[in-house]
Design a protein around this ligand. Sequence first.
Ligand code: ZN
Length: 430
Amino acid sequence: MKSILIKGARIIDPSQKLDAVGSILLADGKIDWLGTGNQKPPAGDYDIIEAKNWIAAPGFIDLHCHLRDPGLEAKETIATGTLAAAHGGFTTVCCMPNTEPAIDNRSIVDYVKEKASAEGAVRVLPIGCITRGRKGEGLADMGELAAAGVAAFSDDGSPVMNSRLMRQALDYSLAFGLPVIEHCEDKVLAENGQMNEGIISTRLGLQGIPAAAEECMVARDIALAELTGARLHIAHVSTAGSVELVRAGKKKGVRVTCEATPHHLTLTEEKVMGYDTNAKVNPPLRTQKDIAALIEGLKDGTVDVIATDHAPHTALEKQCEFAFAPFGISILETAFGMLMGLVHAEKLDLNLLISKMTLEPARILGERFGKLGTLAAGCPADIVLINPDLEWTVDPAKFASKGHNTPLGGTLLKGKVVATIYQGTVVFKE
Ligand SMILES: [Zn+2]
């Protein structure tokens, strides 16, 4: 593997509180040297990437995506999903266990890990089920899953409706030091729901999902995390009320963290007007007021990380009546460009944005998979290069992902990932 010198970039690394122009030398898959100002790199034989006017940051870490493998390979495979991740600047992705079969035992964890090392473009960390087959009836063998190397436990796509079972899961998770990630949705309250409940759902004649369907479960789970002392991570928080509940929980000392997605941070329920099934997500796109609360949550630390909830589907599945379409957006490749819109609009600080995609998710993962989300010397050479001002039009037909389901086709974005380096190897270049 040839060494690489990234020369003259604006280096942003929140783990070192670094924002300065400099150069980074990568050797043997690791960060070998980082220098700013007039510091000269050590002499040697290396390829040079001229990165003037670009930003160099640690490769993004996604705590929440769907790679659909095993069993749903028409939607995505580990090869295409990780390539999409590389295109989006992600060097680590945690994949949710709602595959077929579900990731609820060691053999499926091993399958995902082996396939990822054979054909994955970036690092894949599987998440194991909370309950067997994600059925919400009996706990999966969490000890076996932890020993097999899962990053967390989740039944994502479904909540654990049985409070007693959820309490047990949180209790057991303490023994493994892993977080439990909950998809917070009261299934009874949300039943048959298609979009956010409000004036627009009434006008469109679509069954609404009230904010309370999410907030009831957020409140319950925070109470259970308090009861057990376990680590709870709430997936895709989408309402102002949820942000408020997490804020109050943290204030009380409950070990709760949460994430927001690029779509819940930038799109509203109005995207559903015209019955665009590509705007059908769960939790649904909400309102401007909710977006403002999520951004406020990012700023004051209530919302810890940004995670994509990349959810690819086939074109056929989305080409149907709104009520029959599956939930989800294929979003790995547009995530950063969407979020840069908030930076250009001066609603979010660039350093904070990068922190929410690098340092903060790394904190939730801990160091069991190595020191990730940092450009510190000796750590894996996982790096994203960004042109913050590059304007580009989203063309789903060009996605590396098999899922072309995005409501952003034809949208102009400003800010693009131009190269991604994983363990010292360039895995994507514009
Ligand atoms: Zn979910």
